[in-house]
Design a protein around this ligand. Structure first.
Ligand code: PMT
Length: 403
C-alpha cells in the first residue's frame, strides 16, 4: 500500500474509553505513513489519555473545546470538516455512537462529525453487553445507513475482565482499513456493480419449495463493502432474513432462479461489474401444483425437474471487454478443477472458490475461507476470515481488475 496515506488529512476523534491509550499507537502509525493527523478529543477522552501525549505525537495542538482556552479563538468544526480526507473515531464509545446517530451535537467531536464531508470510520470499543445491546446495534445500523464505515470490534478480554466482542480493533488493522479504502475507492467510486446473493426457492406447490442453505451473508457483505467504497450497488437478493443499510445499495428481492435471471440480465448491461454470489438452484420442478399436494391422495411421488438458466454463463455471453464478471464456486471435492472449469465455461474474470470441506467455510456461518483464481490461472489462497474481511479481499481483487 506504500504511499497511499501520504499527505492525507485525517481527523482522529478520541472518546472516553480505556482503549484511548491505543490512539497513541494509531497516531504514530498514521504519521509514519505520511498522514497529517488532527486530534479532536471529548472531555471524557481526556480522562484516559493526555492531550500533551497526543499533540506531541501528532505535531498539532489537540482540539477539545469550541473555543481555545488560551486565547478564546473559535475552533471551527466546519473548517475541520472540510480539511479532512477522512474522519476516524477510535475508540468510539456507546455514548458517542448514540450521539452521532441522533445528531446530539454537545461537544466538538460531534459538531465536527456533523460537518464532515469526508468518509467517516468508526471503531467501537466497549463492554460486550453494551456492544450487543439493541440500542447500540440500532445506532450502528443508523451510522451504516449514513454511509459511515464501522470497523468491527474484536473478541477477547475486556477492561471488565469479561471475555467477548467489544475490544477496539488493533491500530495496525485500523490503518490497513484506511489504506484499503483509499486504494480501492478510486477504482470503485461511482462504479455500477450488480451482486446476486442468497438462495433461490423453486416452487413445488403453494407450501413447498426446493431451496438450499445460503443465508445471503457473503453476498450482503460484498454489497456493503462495494457501497462503502463508493460504488452504486444493485443487490439482487433471494429469500433471506438480512437487511441492507447503505444508501448506495438498491435492493431487488426475488424468489426463483428465473426472477433472479430476469433482474440480473436487465441490470448487467448498464454495469461495470457483476459478482455472482447467489446459490442459484440449477433445477426447478417442471410443473408447479396450484393446490397443496396431498400425501393421502398422491402416495409415492416423482418430481420432474428441468434446468434453470445459468445466470453467470448468460452474463458471460453478453459481457463487454470493459466489464468484469466474478463468480463463485461452492465445491465439495476436486475443488480447483471444478472451479477452473466454471471460470472458463462462464467466461468469468475471476472465481472465488469456497469448499464445504473447510471448517467455517461456505453456507450460513459468519466466516469463509476462499481461494481466488483468475483467468490467467493465478491462485491466491486466503486464511479463514470473517465474511466481512473476505468481502474486502474480493473487492480489492475487483478493484485491481477494474484498473
Ligand atoms: O449465503 P451464505 O450462507 O453466506 O453462503 C455463501 C455461499 C456459500 C452461498 C457463497 O460463498 C457461494 O459459494 N456462492 C455460490 C454458490 C453456488 O451456487 O456455486 P456453484 O458452484 O453452484 O455456481 C457457480 C457460479 O455460477 C456461482 O457464481 C453461481 O452464483 C452461478 N450460478 C449457478 C447456477 C445458476 N443457475 N446460475 C448462476 O449464476
Amino acid at each position: 500500500m506504500g504511499e497511499i496515506l501520504k499527505n492525507k488529512h485525517i481527523i482522529l476523534g478520541i472518546t472516553g474509553s480505556i482503549a484511548a491509550y491505543k490512539a497513541a499507537y494509531l497516531i504514530r502509525a498514521l504519521v509514519k505513513k505520511g498522514a497529517e493527523v488532527q486530534v479532536v478529543i471529548t472531555p471524557a477522552g481526556k480522562e484516559f489519555i493526555t492531550p500533551l501525549t497526543l499533540s506531541t505525537l501528532s505535531s498539532h495542538p489537540v482540539i477539545s473545546e469550541f473555543f481555545s482556552n488560551r486565547d478564546g479563538t473559535w475552533n471551527s468544526h466546519v473548517d475541520l470538516g472540510l480539511w479532512a480526507d477522512a474522519m476516524l473515531i477510535a475508540p468510539a464509545t456507546a455514548s458517542t455512537i448514540g450521539k452521532m446517530a441522533n445528531g446530539i451535537a454537545d461537544n466538538m467531536l460531534i459538531t465536527t462529525y456533523l460537518s464532515c464531508k469526508a468518509p467517516v470510520f468508526v471503531a467501537p470499543a466497549m463492554d460486550l453487553d453494551m456492544f450487543a445491546h439493541p440500542s447500540t446495534q440500532q445506532n450502528l445500523d443508523r451510522l451504516r445507513s449514513f454511509g459511515n464505515h464501522i470497523i468491527e470490534p474484536t473478541s477477547g478480554e475486556l477492561a471488565s475482565h469479561l471475555v467477548g466482542k467489544g475490544r477496539m480493533e488493533e491500530p495496525d488493522q485500523i490503518v490497513a482499513v484506511l489504506e484499503t479504502y483509499f486504494s480501492t475507492q478510486s477504482q470503485l467510486e461511482k462504479k455500477k456493480i450488480v451482486i446476486t446473493a442468497g438462495p433461490t426457492y423453486e416452487k413445488i406447490d403453494p407450501v413447498r419449495f426446493i431451496g438450499n442453505y445460503s443465508s445471503g451473508k457473503m453476498g450482503f457483505a460484498l454489497a456493503e463493502t462495494c457501497a462503502q467504497q463508493g460504488a452504486e450497488v444493485t443487490l439482487i437478493a433471494g429469500p433471506v432474513a438480512l437487511k441492507t443499510n447503505h444508501p448506495n445499495i438498491k435492493r431487488i428481492d426475488v424468489e426463483s432462479a428465473e426472477e433472479m435471471y430476469q433482474a440480473a440480465i436487465k441490470a448487467f448491461p448498464e454495469s461495470d461489474a457483476a459478482i455472482l454470489c447467489a446459490a442459484v438452484a440449477d433445477y426447478r420442478p417442471e410443473v408447479q401444483a396450484s393446490d397443496k399436494i396431498k400425501r393421502e391422495t398422491e402416495g409415492e411421488m416423482t418430481l420432474h425437474l428441468v434446468p434453470n438458466k445459468d445466470i453467470a454463463a448468460s452474463l458471460g455471453a453478453i459481457k463487454r471487454d470493459n466489464q468484469i464478471l466474478v463468480g463463485f464456486a461452492l465445491e465439495t471435492n476436486n475443488e480447483t478443477v471444478h472451479a477452473i472449469g466454471k471460470l472458463k465455461r462462464k467466461k468469468l474474470d475471476f472465481i472465488v472458490l469456497n469448499s464445504l470441506r473447510d471448517a467455517g467455510a461456505g453456507f450460513r456461518c459468519d466466516t469463509n475461507k476462499i481461494t481466488i483464481i483468475d483467468k490467467k490461472g493465478h491462485e491466491t489462497v486466503y486464511p479463514l476470515k470473517s465474511k466481512q474481511k473476505v468481502a474486502e479481499d474480493i473487492v480489492n481483487q475487483l478493484a485491481s481488475s477494474l484498473k
